[in-house]
Ligand binder design. Structure first.
Ligand SMILES: C[S@@+](CC[C@H](N)C(=O)[O-])C[C@H]1O[C@@H](n2cnc3c(N)ncnc32)[C@H](O)[C@@H]1O
Length: 222
């Protein structure tokens, strides 16, 4: 989330939402305002995340989706999910905002993606360990640090045996303003915390500007 159109409005809504005790109500408010043409979604870059496209370009064996499942927690504008589906992954994508999901399905009426309204903190049991590829792009960092451990565990829970988890986000500045956020960018320790004994961190790479990272985790096969 950089200072793009819609950034100030997202900050105002987030602060009000947090003051009222909810880390997530502001997402629906922001998408609703966008649906009424009042604001732009600050994280909508009009296409898939470059670090996701780059992953598939660099590792073509990872881009074969046929016979594999994928999920995007916090689908947002849906570009990443549409890319996964175009590669043949049987793709699920969910968002806490019903207006976000309505906007995606209106934009992609023939999509093969199974778009759902769902909360990362209350996932359907059948999604546990069900996905060969999990693409977490900026959703955990969009929620405050006091829910980070739960959010991290929920994302991790989606990865199937032998599956891959990509965590994509913005690099935390060396001296972050403690009052700054959203986004609440992850520390290196918070990135590593997605890993467990059977979900190993393989590598963290940065974009050429050094402002975004992609961390790759792989779960041991059953
Ligand atoms: C910063 S945006 C990133 C969207 C998308 N992943 C991307 O890269 O463009 C975070 C998204 O996560 C959604 N979100 C936030 N908290 C959520 C939760 N608890 N469960 C599901 N979705 C959530 C928001 O509505 C928003 O669409």
């Amino acid at each position: 989330m950089t200072e793009t159109p819609g950034f100030d409005r997202s900050q105002e809504l987030a602060k009000a939402s947090l003051a009222a005790g909810s880390p997530t109500d502001w997402f629906e408010q922001l998408y609703d305002a966008a649906a009424h043409g009042e604001v732009e979604i600050p994280w909508d870059r009009g296409g898939p995340h470059p670090l996701l496209s780059e992953w598939f370009a660099q590792y073509p064996e990872e881009a074969t989706g046929s016979g594999r499942t994928a999920v995007v927690p916090g689908a947002g504008p849906g570009h990443d999910a549409e890319l996964l589906a175009s590669l043949g992954f049987r793709t699920t994508a969910f968002d806490i905002s019903h207006t976000a999901i309505d906007r995606i399905t209106a934009a992609h009426p023939s999509s093969t993606v199974d778009y759902r309204v769902a909360n990362l903190f209350d996932l359907p049991e059948e999604w546990r360990g069900a996905f060969d590829l999990v693409v977490e792009a900026m959703t955990v960092q969009s929620m405050p640090r006091d829910v980070r451990t739960r959010a991290t565990a929920a994302v991790r829970s989606l990865v199937a045996p032998g599956g891959v988890l990509l965590v994509i986000g913005g690099v935390l500045p060396p001296e972050p303003d403690p009052d700054y956020g959203p986004p609440w960018r992850l520390t290196r320790a918070e990135i590593e915390a997605f890993g467990t004994d059977d979900l190993a961190l393989e590598r963290v790479v940065h974009d050429t500007e050094g402002i975004r990272y992609r961390a790759v985790f792989r779960r041991r096969a059953a």
